[in-house]
Design a protein around this ligand. Structure first.
Ligand code: HQG
Length: 172
């Protein structure tokens, strides 16, 4: 069983397209584990492995492991009960050169997802950038200044920083 492939499939189901396996998420982004197992044609032990071995801890079970959801990255409008947090002085965003001009003018936009994703360190931002073909560039975001100006920051259960938008003046 290819755990990475299953993880990608699970991300698709829990973030973007639960209809792929004919299921629905509740308003907090939870899917029933029984429906996931049936839809993905895997057993519970395999699902536990997918969750435990995930390099970015993308998924969480509820307490009795009857439900599962993605921690971040959704395009579906679900409320995963993100915790509002005071960000550090600087956060990072990795992207590719072809977006540079547009980002400089329009700022960082959430595009298809619910939030702009920011990283706490440059290394992680580099990894995000190099998922795509093209020259990687890293933006520094004056996160604490944004927070002081009233922007809300959240940190997902797996440590990703999220914000609705980053106007260009906060890109340093
Ligand atoms: C870019 C993965 C032009 C933005 C990663 C990015 C991350 C603009 C793309 C998580 C723009 C959106 C999210 C503007 C933003 N003009 N381009 N004004 N504003 N962009 O995938 O941050 O592995 O939605 O720079 O590791 O790349 O799936 O966001 O290139 O944590 O768990 O528009 O997804 O996590 O792309 O990645 P995405 P992202 P997972």
């Amino acid at each position: 069983m290819d755990i990475k492939k299953l993880s990608k499939f699970l991300s698709l189901i829990l973030r973007h397209k639960p209809e792929t396996i004919n299921i629905k998420l509740d308003k907090n982004g939870w899917a029933n584990v029984s429906e996931i197992l049936r839809g993905m044609k895997i057993d519970f032990a395999t699902l536990e492995k997918v969750v435990a071995e995930n390099d970015k801890q993308r998924f969480s079970f509820n307490e009795d492991k009857t439900k599962i959801r993605a921690n971040q990255g959704h395009s579906l409008k679900v409320d995963v009960e993100l915790v509002e947090k005071i960000p550090p002085e600087i956060l990072y965003h990795g992207t590719i050169e072809k977006n540079l001009e547009s980002i400089s003018v329009r700022g960082l936009l959430k595009m298809n997802r619910l939030y702009v994703h920011l990283s706490a360190d440059i290394e992680t931002a580099k990894k995000v950038a190099t998922r795509r073909a093209g020259n990687a560039i890293i933006f520094k975001v004056a996160a604490r200044q944004m927070f002081n100006d009233g922007f809300k920051f959240f940190q997902s259960a797996n440590g990703v920083w999220l914000v609705e938008t980053v106007p260009p003046k906060y890109l340093v």
